[in-house]
Design a protein around this ligand. Sequence first.
Ligand code: GDP
Length: 395
Amino acid sequence: MGRRKKIVQECERLMDNPENIRNIAIAAHVDHGKTTLSDNLLAGAGMISDDTAGQQLAMDTEEDEQERGITIDAANVSMTHEYDDTNHLINLIDTPGHVDFGGDVTRAMRAVDGALVVVDAVEGAMPQTETVLRQALREGVKPALFINKVDRLISELQEGPQEMQERLLKVIQDVNELIRGMTEDMDDIDDWTVSVEGGTVGFGSALYKWGVSMPSMQRTGMDFGEIINLEQNDKRQELHEKTPLSNVVLDMVCEHFPNPVNAQPRRIPRIWRGDAESELAETMRFVDEDGEVVLMVTDISMDPHAGEIASGRVFSGSLEKGQELYVSGTAGKNRVQSVGIYMGGEREEVERVPAGNIAAVTGLRDAIAGSTVSSVEMTPFESIEHISEPVITKS
Ligand code: GDP
């Protein structure tokens, strides 16, 4: 059996077990390294070639689609990762980087349960860092922090271990201060802050493909002194091999981000304003694959062969070909022509997509990004709010 076929089969197996699914977003201030990191994760998980990673091919170019003659969806990619002897399905939703797309970022956040916030070690937290954190927290999405471009602290700024740790600590403190300011009015008692000891902070270089976290340093014995030594002596490849970024980050995702079964009971009351006592609320809270179908559409893309593809989070029920589904804000129903999941950046048709997954659906001709698609008429997910922020121009 071909490698691709094997991965498809593995994805299909994993998607039936919501405990092993992580739906995540990577969000960052522009240029802090979101694209480079995303590509790294895909390459590390074997979904794109290692050489391609870092050239911004997987997540965001149409040119790439034409060059390689395959369909790469800009907004969704999936990968598998083994953590703690168990394979996991990780669905990564792209959050548009540009400030004008505030609405899209919110929508992307609605589909995920965890957000990896990337901050440039040199620049520190910036206005868009604050915006994406606010959007994540508002949607009940758990944040984790990756401090990127640490290579620059060593090679350009010539910082020693002490200075470097102080700077990293400052970034963490700043981010936690933002988080505390945004969560003090929340009526739940969850601690949303990130911490090195808790394993929700990673550091490294997306460009040179190495990364560390407290748990990974404990596992590998790597410390800041050795990192500085290898980086200064141009042994970046060795650093990458000793502590590969994708492993460290994907381990962090599997260990610390909630799976849909843990996340939906907390998130549904926060993001859905319908009747909390209804059966539908219950099937969504409990990720019931046998319940009524509820899909929240986050993105519409064009496939040259299949036409319009609606993708989004299945909160309840199982999507199948032939279903007649309501689309919020429109009269009548649409018929599902095909259902699929993402594998790498490519869409793969499957028989059914159960609750907790990110699905790709054709046939929903009335759906737009933000639509709620369901097998019963229901209160749609709240209308999308645009959060404004100071306009920043990319230099
Ligand atoms: P995005 O706008 O957040 O998607 O950022 P990109 O991933 O496009 O990265 C912006 C720029 O920073 C590019 O020139 C990258 O090569 C560079 N970059 C990304 N990660 C690192 C890193 O870890 N170290 C260094 N030195 N440069 C990086």
